[in-house]
Ligand binder design. Structure first.
Ligand code: AKG
Length: 240
């Protein structure tokens, strides 16, 4: 039973902090992103690793990749990324969820891992992540449709005992990352600070890690090892 397994990241289901960039380089990237996105209303950019050199580089940074390979083995691909820009004072919460399951996707928890890369500093005040350590041992929770926007997410709410008291903030300096078990329950709150908060979420997978995937999803991108050559046809469902 998956629920009785600690999982690839151990009892807490997470590993942090992992240095993916120097603080100065991350802050420099943040300044460019703030200039690029200022005035826009779109706060989530899907799959920047497919279109932006900086993101393609970020998902491959040696320290981060080594941490991912340490738990998944040498053959790594990026299934998906998204960039979240939280502007100061704008109401924007991301509710409790698990990265490895939604309407589009289900990832094998032993063959996938999720990373969240702080591009600015991320704190409880500016909308950084909070996690429920050990929650991955519950396994995947049923997916529910959100009444507000119709999005489907893993049902991981107060009914399962996730409250601010049972969860912990994961503050990260710009240039640091947290690795999370694909089943780890986490959320982020509104940015109540006076500066933008920016982070990049990355779902990494090893061959065999994709249990279900919407055929419309862009191709997975192998970034290390040779094991993807044989499984590529199976994992690739749609052209870029
Ligand atoms: O960037 C955020 O605020 C939260 C993102 C998140 O929860 C995730 O990437 O899974």
């Amino acid at each position: 039973m998956l629920t009785q397994i600690d999982g690839i990241l151990g009892q807490r289901g997470m590993s942090s902090p992992i240095q993916w960039s120097t603080p100065a380089a991350a802050c420099g990237r943040a300044a460019l992103l703030i200039a690029e996105h200022r005035g826009g209303t779109r706060e989530i950019v899907r799959n920047p690793h497919l279109t932006k050199d900086w993101a393609a580089f970020a998902v491959r940074t040696p320290n981060l990749l080594a941490a991912v390979q340490a738990v998944l083995g040498p053959d790594i691909a990026v299934e998906n990324t998204f960039l979240v820009v939280k502007w100061p004072g704008r109401e924007f919460e991301i509710p409790w969820h698990q990265d490895g399951i939604d309407a589009r996707l289900e990832l094998h928890p032993d063959r996938s891992v999720s990373a969240w890369l702080a591009i600015t500093d991320a704190t409880a005040a500016n909308g950084g992540l909070s996690v429920a350590p050990g929650s991955h041992r519950l396994g995947y929770l049923p997916v529910q449709k959100e009444p507000a926007n119709g999005a489907e997410r893993g049902r991981a709410d107060q009914a399962h005992g996730f409250t601010p008291e049972t969860t912990i903030p994961v503050p990260l300096r710009a240039g640091c990352a947290v690795l999370m078990d694909s089943r780890l329950v986490h959320r982020s709150g509104t940015n109540t600070s006076d500066g933008a908060r920016i982070g990049l979420n990355v779902r990494y997978t090893a061959p065999g890690g994709i249990l279900r995937r919407d055929p419309q999803s862009p191709s997975v991108v192998p970034i290390s090892g040779t094991g993807w050559k044989s499984s590529r046809t199976r994992e690739r469902r749609a052209p870029l």
